[in-house]
Design a protein around this ligand. Structure first.
Ligand SMILES: Nc1nc2c(ncn2[C@@H]2O[C@H](COP(=O)(O)OP(=O)(O)O)[C@@H](O)[C@H]2O)c(=O)[nH]1
Ligand SMILES: [Mg+2]
Ligand SMILES: [Zn+2]
Length: 308
């Protein structure tokens, strides 16, 4: 049905190649190349499979089957905290950070998402929605720091015209993240008008409506553009990333990394910190350094060091 699937390598005989388009706990819906949907279980207790995964399945009739093989991923997004990781989406090529002038957005969340994208090798796109509101201009100006770092920022009005965003999603498998109230559901419904219907069908098919709100879904905008919708996805975790890697994921820090007095500087209170000096000189935005410090605080507390 879609071009990326017809390019997929052939599955071993007896198996069919497909892509996971929905996950419900440990059950997965797999879409075959011809568009057929197969409800799949996994072997044993395997649960490390995400929406967007390319898989080979054993078809057991009645539109049910078993996932035998998960093919290598190009990218993987997690939701993680200090205690556990949960896979959200695989093979995503673009993360769309949806924000709006009202309700107000948090720079910390944007920085967190950008860092996760940099670390995961996924292109970020910042979309400021609700450009019909009078508060739009001030919000746009407040995003200057991201533009100066080279990140793409686009203004849209999802309610009135979704076409400009649709063009930016062309050829991508995108995932939308953002605080509630920013317009993510509006975007999904405009781009994939039958998205809500898909939710209803899922509830009937699995007789487990309560699971439908937590699982991610892969929706087709057209043959080459896809959207992974994961309800309640505000951000995604960075707990599996070391403090050092997070510093690298703040791309403007790279100019100064390696120039601090201490080789293992955490860029907090150490004397001779090149990052702290750059921020004091206005070369690193205060909000960016604050986000880096918030993100790395807990793990650095765990491995506290003294400098004296
Ligand atoms: N003024 C304006 N309101 C919008 C726009 N897009 C969405 N909204 C409204 O913002 C509110 C939150 O939208 P929703 O899509 O539910 O946001 P979500 O929580 O991120 O999924 C709703 O009342 C929408 O009607 C827009 O372009 N302009
Ligand atoms: Mg919503
Ligand atoms: Zn430092």
């Amino acid at each position: 049905m879609t071009d990326h699937k017809t390019r997929a390598p052939a599955a071993p005989s007896g198996q069919l190649a497909g892509q996971v388009v929905a996950s419900f706990g440990r059950r997965y819906r797999v879409e075959l190349a011809d568009g057929t949907l197969i409800e799949c279980a996994t072997r044993g207790k395997r649960s490390d499979i995400a929406c967007g995964d390319r898989v080979n399945i054993q078809h057991s009739g009645d539109n049910s089957g078993v996932i035998e093989v998960v093919l290598p991923r190009t990218t993987l997004l997690y939701r993680s905290d200090a205690h556990k990781q949960k896979l959200i989406a695989a093979n995503v090529t673009q993360v769309v950070i949806v924000i709006a002038p009202v309700p107000s957005f948090y720079d910390d969340l944007i920085n967190r998402c950008l860092a996760a994208c940099e670390h995961g090798g996924i292109a970020p796109l910042i979309v400021l929605n609700k450009n019909d509101l009078p508060q739009f201009a001030a919000a746009w100006d407040a995003l200057a720091v991201y533009r100066s770092l080279g990140y793409r920022v686009e203004g849209i009005c999802a309610k009135q015209d979704i076409a400009p965003l649709g063009a930016l999603l062309e050829g991508h498998t995108s995932v939308l993240v953002g605080q509630s109230g920013m317009g993510k559901s509006t975007v999904v419904n405009k781009l994939v008008p039958d998205a809500m219907m898909a939710v209803a069908e899922t509830s009937v098919a699995l007789d487990s409506g309560k699971h439908t709100t937590t699982g991610a879904r892969l929706l087709h905008i057209n043959a080459s553009s896809h959207l992974i919708d994961s309800p309640g996805l505000q951000s995604f975790g960075l707990h599996h990333i070391s403090a050092e890697d997070i510093a690298h994921a703040f791309i403007e820090f790279r100019t100064w990394l390696g120039q601090c007095r201490f080789r293992d500087c955490t860029h907090r209170t150490e004397p001779g910190c090149a990052i702290t000096h750059a921020a004091a000189a206005g070369k690193i935005a205060a909000t960016r350094l604050a986000s880096y410090r918030t993100l790395t605080e807990d793990r650095l507390r765990a491995q506290a060091r003294r400098y004296d």
